[in-house]
Design a protein. Structure first.
Length: 387
């Protein structure tokens, strides 16, 4: 069936050849058929369709592409958040408290929570999500996590190298052997990506290299968590190995910024983390002006960013990170697509997947202008309404 969304007051396309990368079209229409966008243009020139959706002058944007999340886990860490708000410093070791709950949770419980988070994301305009493992840290549980994630998205990341689990506290190299050996073999069939937390308190640059190179040899593409808690060598390693994305980037040197600007590696900013941990926000203005490709993602996880709302992350990035509303929306859509090396999403143009969001607002600016207000009216994924 052909579905036409017409009378769109402002259409954000992100399409190549626009006047600017953030160009918006006025008085527009979009035609969807068989899961794809087949026509985009002026509303008064639109072709016919079996289903007509009148946008009534409201804005339409591409579906959000959330390129960094941890949606499969047991328990929560509300007490840790409360302690942090009382002044306790965030540390990567808190991940271990989620590991025990995740190992104990049966598949059906994890699956139900996962689908609940996806429903939250759809309701807030997210149509594509990447999901990482990392809360099992043993072969059996890590395999379960990537297998469950693969039930709902093709963008699955094996993150066995999240932190060193308690049972390997005295033998971190032995844990790296496990990650790069039996754990990788069990998880690789369900994953597209390999990731590592290259950070003090997690994995060194040398250990991270071992993990990433083992994943690459097994056919997985690299991503890297780095420079969240302090400066380090993770960014340079990510660029050297051609990683699709380096995520966090809270603490970057001038050399890091220059390396990213000269590479195809996307820097994925995660403002929900800084909001939740009270760390300094990255300076997105510095990065964009230097020529770095920037994406935004929620980093939904129980410890450092328990939000699934891309509109919230857009509002924070505009308020506290120096982005314009147009740049933030681009980073949350086309930027996320680049971080996943996808050329079929994040853009509203013929041939792209019909992932669209109708806002309850006349402009994308309202996503930052009206923070916390539910502005997502309708969401289509592959041409099918999901929210």
């Amino acid at each position: 069936m052909r579905t036409l969304i017409t009378n769109i007051g402002e259409l954000t396309t992100n399409a190549a050849g626009s006047a600017t990368p953030h160009h918006a079209v006025q008085d527009a229409a979009v035609l969807m058929e068989d899961g794809l966008i087949t026509w985009v243009g002026r509303a008064d020139e639109a072709p016919g369709a079996e289903e007509i959706v009148d946008a009534e002058g409201r804005a339409v944007i591409p579906g959000f592409v959330d390129s960094h999340s941890h949606l499969v886990f047991g328990g929560d860490r509300a007490a840790e958040f409360e302690a942090r708000m009382a002044g306790q410093k965030y540390a990567a070791g808190g991940i271990r408290s989620t590991v025990a709950a995740t190992r104990a949770a049966p598949d059906d419980e994890l699956r139900a929570r996962l689908r609940g988070f996806l429903d939250e994301m759809h309701a807030q305009g997210t149509t594509t999500v990447e999901i990482k493992s990392g809360y099992g840290l043993d072969v059996e549980t890590e395999e379960r996590l990537v297998r469950l994630a693969a039930e709902v998205t093709p963008e699955v990341t094996f993150l066995g190298a999240h932190v060193v689990p308690a049972e390997y506290a005295d033998d971190p190299e032995g844990y790296v052997d496990l990650v790069t050996g039996p754990m990788l073999e069990a998880c690789a069939p369900h994953a597209r990506w390999i990731d590592v937390f290259c950070e003090t308190g997690a994995f060194s640059v040398e250990q991270s290299r071992r993990v990433l190179e083992a994943g690459i040899a097994r056919g997985l593409a690299p991503r890297v968590h780095a420079s969240q808690l302090g400066p380090g060598g993770g960014v340079q390693l990510a660029v050297e190995l051609g990683a699709a994305s380096i995520d966090h980037g809270t603490y970057l040197t001038d050399d890091d910024v220059a390396a990213l600007a000269a590479s195809e590696t996307v820097l994925t900013l995660l403002p929900g983390v800084e909001f939740s941990t009270r760390q300094p926000y990255p300076d997105a203005r510095r990065l964009i002006d230097a020529g770095v490709t920037v994406a935004l993602a929620c980093d939904t996880n129980p410890g450092s960013s328990f939000t699934s709302s891309m509109p919230f992350c857009i509002a924070v990035s505009v308020r506290d990170m120096g982005m314009t509303p147009a740049e933030a929306v681009w980073a949350a859509t086309a930027g996320g697509a680049r971080a996943l090396r996808r050329e079929d999403i994040g853009v509203i143009a013929p041939g792209y997947r019909a992932d669209l969001v109708l806002l309850r607002a006349p402009s994308r600016i309202h996503l930052a202008y009206r923070p916390g207000v539910p502005l997502v009216e309708r969401v289509w994924k592959d041409g099918v309404q999901v929210a």
